[in-house]
Design a protein. Sequence first.
Length: 412
Amino acid sequence: MGGKKVLVIGGGAAGMMAALTAAEAGHAVTLLEKNGKTGKKLLMTGNGRCNVTNACDIETLLDHVVSGRNFLYSAVYSFSNQDMIRFLAESGLETKVEDHLRVFPVTDRAADVLRVLEERMRRAGVRVRTGTAVRELQIDGVCRGVVLGNGDRLEADVTILAAGGKSVPGTGSTGDGYRMAEAAGHTIRPLRPALAPFVIREGWIRELQGRVFGDVRLTVAGDSRRKLYDGRGEVLFTHFGISGPMVLAAGSYCAEALEKLKELSARMDFFPDTPAAELEKHFLQLLNENGKKQIATVFAMLAPKPLVPVLLKKNGIREDLRAGELPRGARQALLGDLKSMSLTVSGLRGFKEAMITQGGVSLDEVDPVTMESLLVKGLRFAGEVLDLDALTGGYNLQIAWSTGHAAGSGIE
Ligand SMILES: Cc1cc2nc3c(=O)[nH]c(=O)nc-3n(C[C@H](O)[C@H](O)[C@H](O)COP(=O)(O)OP(=O)(O)OC[C@H]3O[C@@H](n4cnc5c(N)ncnc54)[C@H](O)[C@@H]3O)c2cc1C
């Protein structure tokens, strides 16, 4: 039992895990949260159901990390997805595994995950101070604690900075952690919204707003056609562009290139299992067999229904044109849109909508086992404030649990 004084800045997933881990090890822990309550963002996760982790094997889990895979090795092996599932079960909250091995509480309530964390903190004796914003770290060679927004100074042997990122700032994640880490001498890797939807330049796609296509292949390329993303999944059209889990994932891989190049080219294949030649053969057959019918009717025998009026209009084809009269060029254009619809990605939606922040405290300056600063003694980090991010599926919360656990462990 060390009995050290520990301060945790931020009552999100990572901060709460760090606090209860340190307190269960016998330290005197105070958690400082600027909101009126802890876990505001946690309550929003998984649409209020909390996709708490992913049940895949650890190597697969690490493969879903976009930035910081190697850094996470030790933390994730020390406190894994299975450890998190056990942690919840021991605390009376069973979990269930859904599609893509996503893990949710059986109750489907993020509030129950928060309740477990709060209960474990209470039992371990963590002092939780809500409505308490930290203004800065107290540093004179080593970290000695914090200065609060009201000017009060709190002393500590160890301070754990778990103030989150910049995404969805209404939850309290307003980037304070980056500012404090930078003031302590840390490098902040460029901050970008990630797991954010694509803004698409072509105005005609607005006509597809609200439409969902279940199985689309999406490829995104930068300059000289360098492929940045190639995936398959659901696409949702919105008033600004496209979204859905696959698009969010693509956003994470494209954020840096998009910032540099300002525009990327995307292609969508609505028939990923059908070669272009086969699709053309099928279309020709439909046109031949139904030559007297309207093109809108015949095209709907091939294409997903919501695409029909939009693609006909886009290509300047009258809906009442006889199918047999469709010019070759127009046929090729329609097939081109189905197999390789070309779109221009002009941006990502910003931090207000991004699920996470890419970039943060440089991992070169942090011990991957203890999350201790390699620059300032007495300072540790946990969660999204670090230059870590992953795809959707429970991986980002697992990063928070694993790094939070590491930061709260081994305090001597
Ligand atoms: C809508 C949405 C849904 C999501 N769903 C999922 C999901 O289902 N599964 C998944 O794995 N991931 C999900 N994520 C990502 C996940 O929520 C984050 O990865 C995770 O919350 C990061 O935890 P954290 O503790 O590092 O940061 P946060 O949860 O952001 O917590 C940081 C805390 O620090 C506090 N704070 C900030 N500055 C100060 C200060 N100066 N003084 C005191 N306190 C301060 C904040 O108020 C906040 O409470 C989702 C994200 C969003 C936005």
